[in-house]
Design a protein around this ligand. Structure first.
Ligand SMILES: C[S@@+](CC[C@H](N)C(=O)[O-])C[C@H]1O[C@@H](n2cnc3c(N)ncnc32)[C@H](O)[C@@H]1O
Length: 369
């Protein structure tokens, strides 16, 4: 079944439901309790529901997608590429100027998929598989990560460090207007929590700061270009427990992804994790790009000037392991969305990753054995 084709894709069309579709996949043996309830076993019944979980792709479907991408892989000329790169933040400013905070919806899946954002979560390293343990309450878990006091203040003076007394620090990069940040602040009432969030769109950050739920005693929003690996963050290296990347890495030029991920990895405490959810290869949004929108392989510019890359699991693994992080989770989430009225089928593909900074265990610490 072919994905529907539209003309003149803009960020708003292209990203509809991108982050809101429930996630299901039993990949990696991870238990994912909320999702995975509806499987399409009889293709004749496809229009009986709005969505199907964990959809298998046939080889023919994969090959057809590959061919469609191939047909539309002629890159735009270099001067256009440079313009889209140098003015990237302006295109996003325009996007938020138009949509303000009405576009991206809050995510109900956030805490089931990423319990690291929930209250009482601590970076824990003692589960048998070596993966983060979501069940362990904070009190029973040795917090092996270095504290902010011990962490080297590489980029910032301690006096300038918002949230210096916090015991759990989350940074969201590419936070937009706060559709992840505000649910975290609302749901996670841990008094030790501090949330940093940044975006290179100053329009988006102004909207975050003007939100009545913005509380500067618990949160610090700032403008920052992720792709500028030399620019400073207002936190010391090795001071963050969690970094969240939701549909943002895909907006960067592929050449800048590795240095960007590596600069983020330096901010993580040993034991800290990067959580990512982003577009997967052959997602409907990729297949519906028209000719003349391709920038380089699997990288496109939308009608409104914003850009998007479509990842494979392997590429993300390379990026995170290239930054010295180890895999906790790397899965692909394939979902079939159905427009019953128009009898359209839409194959969505997302990738979800958790990568952590290896813990360097202090010598002679029995708690770690
Ligand atoms: C698809 S939106 C996702 C927004 C938000 N994470 C969400 O899911 O609601 C991508 C966001 O990344 C931001 N962004 C794109 N490139 C960026 C960069 N180089 N540095 C920082 N933010 C960037 C955009 O301004 C936009 O807010």
């Amino acid at each position: 079944m072919a994905a529907p084709v539209s003309t003149g894709v803009t960020a708003s069309e292209n990203m509809t439901d991108s982050a809101n579709g429930p996630i299901q996949s039993p990949v990696d043996g991870q238990k994912r309790p909320q999702f995975g309830t509806r499987f399409l076993t009889d293709p004749r019944k496809v229009f009986q529901h709005n969505a199907w979980d964990n959809v298998e792709w046939s080889r023919e479907q994969e090959e057809a997608a590959q061919m469609k991408v191939q047909e539309n892989s002629e890159p735009l000329p270099p001067e256009k590429q440079v313009e889209f790169d140098s003015r990237a933040h302006e295109y996003w400013n325009d996007f938020y100027g138009i949509h303000e905070n009405r576009f991206f919806k809050d995510r109900h899946w956030l805490f089931t998929e990423f319990p690291e954002l929930s209250p009482r979560w601590k970076t824990a390293w003692h589960s048998k598989e070596g993966a983060c343990s979501r069940e362990e309450p904070a009190q029973s878990v040795p917090n092996l990560a270095v504290s902010s006091e011990e962490a080297p203040a590489a980029h910032t003076e301690k006096a300038d460090f918002p949230g210096v007394s916090a015991s759990y620090r989350i940074l969201e990069v590419g936070c937009g207007v706060g559709n992840t940040v505000f649910p975290i602040l609302k749901t996670n009432n841990d008094p030790g929590l501090f949330v940093y969030c940044c975006d290179f769109s100053n329009t988006a950050i102004d909207l975050v700061k003007s939100n009545p739920e913005y509380d500067s005693s618990r949160c610090h929003a700032f403008v920052r270009d992720l792709s500028d690996a030399t620019a400073a963050y207002p936190v010391p290296e090795q001071s963050l427990d969690v970094i969240v990347l939701i549909f943002v890495l895909s907006a960067l030029h592929p050449d800048k992804m590795q240095s960007s991920v590596s600069s983020l990895a330096r901010l993580l405490k040993p034991g800290g994790v990067i959580l990512l959810r982003d577009y997967g290869r052959y997602d409907m949004a990729q297949l519906r790009f028209k000719k003349g929108r391709c920038l380089s392989e699997n990288f496109y510019v939308r009608g409104d000037g914003t850009r998007v890359y479509f990842f494979t699991q392997d590429e993300l693994h390379e990026l995170f392991s290239g930054a010295g992080l180890e895999k906790v989770q790397n899965l692909v989430d394939r979902r079939l969305q159905v427009n019953r009225g128009k009898q359209l089928t839409m194959y969505r593909v997302w990738v979800q990753c958790k990568y952590r900074k290896t813990l360097t265990r202090p010598q002679g610490d029995a708690a770690h054995n």
